[in-house]
Design a protein around this ligand. Sequence first.
Ligand code: GLU
Length: 304
Amino acid sequence: MKLRKSASAAVLAVLALTVSACGGESGNAGDTPGETGGANQPKLPTYTVASDVKVDSPTLKKAQQAGKLVIGAKNDQPFLGFEDTDGKRSGFDIEIAKMVAADLGFKPSQIEFKTVDSNVRETTISKGEVQLYVGTYTINDERKKQVGFAGPYFLAGADLLIRADEKGITGPDSLKGKTVCSIKGSTPLQEIKKPKYGAKTVELSKYSECVQQLLNNEVDAVTTDDAILKGYAAQRPTKLKVVGKPFTKEPYGVGMNKDDKALRDAVNDALEAHEKNGDYKKAYDATLGLSKSAYTEPPAVERY
Ligand code: GLU
């Protein structure tokens, strides 16, 4: 192992070890590797790949010519968008990406996943460096000025991750004078910076780095979507917990070129079809469901 490993790489390696120790794509890792998961784990669905797809989308045509679809994702969010040390991706967002890709005519082997963190999503999508983006991406009007969204396919809410022995933080109203870590370019960071909370912020690029700072007692809490935080808490159940009082609404969308309406419609069709045929629920149970996120019906897609 290299000595001068960056903090985020070190955190990723630890998380990856814990996940892969369980043997599953998104195993329910405990503090002790192999503690949970196993034979009764729900199985991931497989998605039928459509053939002869005709959608009048410039983005899709380019992907068809190249024989691959480039999809932006996260790599450090267990149960949502995670990449292990072998480069294997897993999680609910990865499944959403695969089901949509299948309906657009792309097999999993024809998907090229690219890690794109929150602060560079809009620029990466508008430059065409990724054709779709599936990574806990909240749909909002500000972002819609730069990118297009299909969905929503999931509704999360900003919450707080704290150390398991923390007594002083009980919700967003108890953050006066506390130091809260979050991610540049994320909506929960914008929210927590509002003067009404009175919190000091530490702003980093990767959630896994915030989690490491929390474990090191360098910050008092991490804020982002509950679905993300539950994944970290499930990885370290004796050390971390989620407060459980969501204080924003974060509807997740699939990001893409702002003007490619045909692609947006096709992705919305795909989301609806997989929600209807049961793939969505199966994928949820085999990924996010393992991190104690309770299943709720997906929100209706909003076409525009
Ligand atoms: N859903 C929030 C957002 O899109 C937070 C999670 C993230 O940074 O991806 O900003």
